[in-house]
Structures are given as C-alpha cells and as structure tokens.
Ligand binder design. Structure first.
Ligand SMILES: [Zn+2]
Ligand SMILES: [Zn+2]
Length: 652
C-alpha cells in the first residue's frame, strides 16, 4: 500500500500502482471527469501514470494553469494527427502549448495552407477527438526511436532525438499518431470538445534564420463549445477596445517615427483628457495635505550614483548627456524620487514637520528595447502621478490608510469596481537580502496589514515578494473584460533615506531617519489611460470626456445660436464644441456618435426661438427637448455625481 497526501493535508491509503485518475474516481466520478493531469510531489505528470510510492498529489483541472497547458499541448498532438491525415507525408517540428492555446510547426514542402485547409484540419480534429483515444506513454530506447522516425522520414524529430540521452526518451501515442514527447498529456482526446485554428505564420526551425522556414499553425481548444465561443467573443471585444485603435479614432494620441518610437504625442483631445485626470487627482491630493513640487527632466549622474540607480540600472538606461564646455554628465530622469529627496534636504526637518508629502506629475524616461514597445503601455517617456511621503515610523499606518482612501476614490470615480490588493512582505526564512532594521520592517509590515484590514480591503499576503528596500501594497484591478491590471502601488523605502542621509530631529532631540513612501494611484498617465480606454471601450465617463457636448445646428441658419449655446456651456465649465460643417444633420449625428461624445444638442428653428436644445445621449438616442439652462443644470449635477461615484466593491 502507498500513502497519498492531498492538498488539504488528508492522507489516504491506496494500492501501489494506482493512478491519480483512479484516485479521483474513488472520490467522485464528477471529479474524475475534470482531471486533466496531476501534480505528484510538485511535478506535473499524466493523471494515468501509476503511482509506485508515497506521494503528495494535487489534481489539475481546467482551472489550473498547468491543467490548461497540458490540455493545449495534447491538442497540438491531436492537430498533428489530423495533419497527417489531411496532408500525408507532412513533416513535424515542435508543438508546444502557449499562453492562449498551442501551435505546431510543420513542413509541407512548399505547399501553402489556405483558410479552407484550416477548416478541414479543424473538422478532422473534431472527428478524431470523438474516438476518446487515450494518450499512451511509452519509454523507448534511442536506437528504436531513431529507427521509427527514419522509417517515417521526419528529419526534424531525428534532429531533436540527436540531443536526447538514451533512457530518457518517451513516445506518446493517441489513435494512429505517435510523437516524440516528454509529456504530460490529458487522459484521452475526448476532453477536447471545441476547436478553433486561429492563424498561420512562418517560423524558422529552432528559431534560427539559417534554418528552413516552417509553417506555424496556431490553434486554441476548449472543453466546451460555449467556453470557446466566450473566448472568441472576448478576443473580438478586446480587438475593438485596443487602446491604440481607440487612440487614433478618438484623436487622443499619436506616434511619429521622426519624433522617435515609444514617445507618445498627446493630441488636443488626449491632452485635455490627461489634464482633466491630473486636475482631479491634484485636487484630491491638495485636500489630503500633499504639497506640489516641480523638478527638471534631467539630473546629474552623481545624483543617480548616490541613489544607487546608476549602479543598478545605468547600463540599461539612456546614455548620459554631457555639457560641451565643462564635461558635466546628466541623466534623463528615470524616476523622481532622488530629486524629491534633495527637496527634503533643503531645510532642517523636525518630528513636527512630518509627514511631508511631496507630489509631482513628473515625466521620466526609461530605455525599453524597440521590440518591447507597445502603444501607451510600454513607452520610453511617461508621466508618473508621483508623490513621496516622508514620515516617522509611527506614522506609516496612518499614511497608508490615507493613500488607500485616495486610491479607492480614484477607482470609484473611474468605474473600476472590482479589484484585489496584494501585500508584499519579506521572505519568512531568508532575510539576508533586505536592508533596514528588523524593528522598522516589523512596524511597517504590521502597519500595512492593519491599514488594509481597517480600510476593509480583502488582501492576499505574499511572502518574499517585498523589494529589498521595503514592503508594499499593490492594487490589481479587473477591467470590463475580466482582465487584470496592476494599478496603484504604495511602496515603503528604507534605502533612499539612508543613501541621501535624510534626517529629522525627534522629540528627544536625537537625529533620526524618516521613512519614505512612494505612491502612484495611476502608476503613469500613459498606462492608466490605456487601461481606462480599454475598460470603458472609449466611452469615457462624462466628467472626463475631452468634448462633453457637441452642438449640432441643423443648418447654417442656426450657426449663431449654436455658437451661443456652446458659449453658455463653456461659461458653466462644460467642454463644448459646435459642428458647423455644411453637412446633413444625420451625418453630424453619426460622426459625433463615432467620436463617443456623451451629449449632442441638436438646434433648429424651434430651439432657437425658445432658447431650448434637443438632447441626444451617446448610445441612447433622443432624450427630448430641454431649456438650455435646465440642460446646463442637469449635466453639471451629473458630472458632480460621477466624481467619487458609487462605492467600490472589493473581491478576494
Ligand atoms: Zn506531447
Ligand atoms: Zn519614488
């Protein structure tokens, strides 16, 4: 008999040679139908593998990352089987699982693959999956393996075999198809109920451009058609919401090769959006005791030698700038913290002066490889909604609570209603890599945990995830498509106060180091706007929309009245424009809809005579005629209500 330990600590006895799948069956048939693979003593293996000794096991299902990847890798084998049937003589390269599905690299001797072919392969896969063929593992000697693929005339598998040791080679067979593979695999093909081959691409054999170009077929499979359909819909929706596409359509930002890649240009509407966000946060920060500061875009190299950034990141930064005469060296500012430390030092500080909260929308420049750049989410120049809080150790908890309030206020106002918070603490065992005193770490870690719990956040605690210089709290936000984004970090720092020798005079007249807290609710304006655009699909909340109201005169005759309406709106702090083009009203409405402007005011004879406006709401249509003053009052009230908005909910 062998002893099997389950994740909840329970131990049960089984006959030697029992498989994980048998064990699942002994628990319930329902469970057995979901088991894709098993983690045995930390290693992912076939659920059908016999267990020959005491072990800890965990069943892997579709809900586990390695369950999914086993499913998708097994689907690659199924696709290969289908390919051999559709294209006899096809030569196979490799077929791994990837983050969202799988691919197989194949050699069709120059024949290209059409959409029609993909359909045929999909159909064949569906047909083969119905036979519920088991994925059978077999250990095989190197000579026999070579003989098999020589007979099959597959040069790629033979090349892979050359690098393998005898005694470590395994074959997997399902139905009529055998592949050289380490595994693991799902129990049988019947699990694969829904198939979609996504696209094809060229790929050099083993990623080397000196080798032959193979055809890569990407696919994705699901345990049910419903789940596959949901995934495909999500993909379509994500494409429509891509912030790069929306940025262009809504005229928010652009990139120019001449200016340089990774350097966004904010167009008037985008700049308006950004400014509105900044004003919103700045107002909240002023109310919370933050003091605005402004620092230059460059700093002397010495500053970054002091901060430690030069040593750590210097090699991967933009090269220093030098002065022509003095030979001084400057760095493009990669972060604002060192500048703020120097501001702290401009005056002697006493315990009564703390906390000192310095805030700046500071633009920083970080080198990213050109291949890594992506829209607004990976750029080379961006603006952080940065602030540094310098406080006494006994103030850390209160400061955290205030920042949590601010972050929640931001989320609420921007319609992010689902988020999680993660507290990153030291490794519980190895504490050698952390700087700062044991006392201070303990105080700060406790303070973060208590602050989060007193603010009602449900948090996940991750040990070993703290930076070497301090613990932190991160917010992960779930967007409208269910994707997670990390926004809003609050980070304690014991390192920079030490390096910059920051001090305050305590109540007992001794000199002490302040604690520094970095925090940025948005993270960066660029990334935040990207996430926001994808979350709301470009339908920005009324209070943020670059143009809140578009006035549409039905003909030239009413141009003057339309202008008067816009002026009245602007006088009430509402961002309004007039569409004075010589176009039909239907076209004006359609174009304004496409620009996702929240309100349209159509004006003609009747409206002009009665000082009225015919209101249309974006996506909703006609809302009837209102007096101009009435409309202004209503929209002003609606804007006020949105900021601060509904209470945010917290999910675990
Ligand atoms: Zn395999
Ligand atoms: Zn900082």
């Amino acid at each position: 008999m062998i002893h099997i330990t389950f994740p909840d600590g329970a131990v049960r006895e089984y006959q030697e040679g029992t498989s994980s799948l048998d064990i699942a069956k002994s628990i319930s048939e329902g469970l057995a139908r979901k088991v894709l693979a098993a983690e045995v003593d930390g290693q992912v293996v076939d659920a059908t593998r016999p267990l020959d000794k005491d072990a800890q096991i965990k069943f892997l299902t579709w809900d586990d990352k390695s369950g999914k990847s086993t499913f998708w890798h097994s689907s690659a084998h199924l696709m290969a089987e289908a390919l051999e049937s559709v294209f006899p003589g096809v030569k196979l390269g490799i077929g791994p699982a990837i983050e969202t599905g799988f691919y197989y690299d194949i050699d069709l001797d120059g024949r290209s693959i059409t959409e029609e072919d993909l359909k045929r392969i999909e159909d064949k896969m569906r047909e083969l999956s119905k036979s519920n063929s088991e994925y059978q593992r077999r250990e095989i000697g190197k000579d026999d393996a070579i003989a098999y693929f020589t007979e099959k005339n597959d040069p790629y598998k033979l090349e892979l075999l050359r690098d393998l040791q005898d005694g470590q080679i395994t074959f997997y067979t399902q139905g009529g198809f055998t592949d050289l593979c380490r595994g693991p695999h799902i129990p049988h093909t019947g699990f694969i109920k829904a198939v979609k081959l996504m696209n094809i691409a060229g790929a050099y054999w083993r990623g080397n451009e000196k080798n032959k170009m193979l055809t890569r077929i990407y696919g994705v499979t699901y345990p049910s058609q419903k789940e596959l359909d949901q995934y495909l819909t999500l993909l379509e929706e994500a494409k429509k919401r891509d912030h790069r596409k929306l940025g262009k359509e809504l005229e928010l930002f652009a990139f120019s090769e001449k200016v340089g890649s990774g350097l966004p240009l904010w167009l008037p509407k985008g700049a308006m959006l950004r400014e509105r966000l900044q004003q919103f946060l700045q107002k909240a920060q002023l109310a919370s005791g933050y003091l605005p500061v402004v620092t230059p875009h460059i700093g002397s190299k010495q500053l970054y030698i002091t901060s430690g950034h030069w040593e750590k990141y210097g090699k991967d930064s933009f090269r220093p700038i030098t002065t022509p005469q003095e030979g001084e060296e400057f760095m493009l500012k990669p972060m604002n913290c060192p500048h703020h430390c120097e501001i702290y030092k401009t005056q002697p500080r006493s315990y009564k002066d703390l906390p000192l909260r310095l805030a700046e929308f500071g633009t920083v420049y970080r080198y990213e490889q050109s291949g890594e750049l992506h829209g607004l989410t990976r750029v080379r120049g961006f603006t952080q909604d940065d602030a540094h809080l310098f406080c006494r150790p006994d103030q850390v908890k209160d400061e955290f609570k205030k920042v949590i309030d601010l972050v929640l206020y931001v989320f609420r106002s921007l319609d992010f209603h689902e988020f999680t918070a993660q507290v990153s603490l030291r490794d519980q065992v190895d504490r050698s890599k952390y700087i700062g005193s044991e006392d201070n770490w303990h105080i700060a870690e406790q303070a973060i945990i208590e602050a989060a719990s007193e603010k009602g956040l449900k948090t996940v605690i991750e040990y070993g995830e703290a930076a070497f210089y301090g613990p932190k709290l991160d917010f992960m936000v779930r967007d409208a498509l269910g994707r997670s984004w990390q926004l809003g970090t609050i980070q304690v720092d014991y390192n920079l106060p030490e390096r910059f020798e920051l001090e305050y005079v305590d109540s007992d007249n001794t000199r002490k180091r302040p604690v520094m807290i970095h925090r940025a609710p948005f993270g960066s304006m660029e990334r935040f706007i990207a996430v926001l655009l994808e979350h709301c699909a470009g339908n920005l909340p009324l209070w943020l929309a670059p143009v809140q109201v578009k006035v549409l005169p039905i003909s030239d005759k009413f141009g003057e009245y339309a202008e008067a309406v816009a002026v009245a709106l602007r006088n009430a702090d509402i961002r309004a424009e007039v569409d004075d083009r010589n176009e039909k009203i239907g076209k004006k409405i359609r174009d304004t809809e496409l620009m996702k402007v929240p309100y349209m005011l159509v004006v003609g004879e009747k409206e002009m005579t009665n000082r009225q406006v015919a209101v249309r709401k974006h996506g909703e249509g006609d809302k009837g005629v209102e007096g101009l003053e009435e409309f202004i009052n209503n929209i002003t009230a609606a804007i006020k209500e949105q900021i601060g908005g509904k209470p945010a909910t917290v999910v675990a």
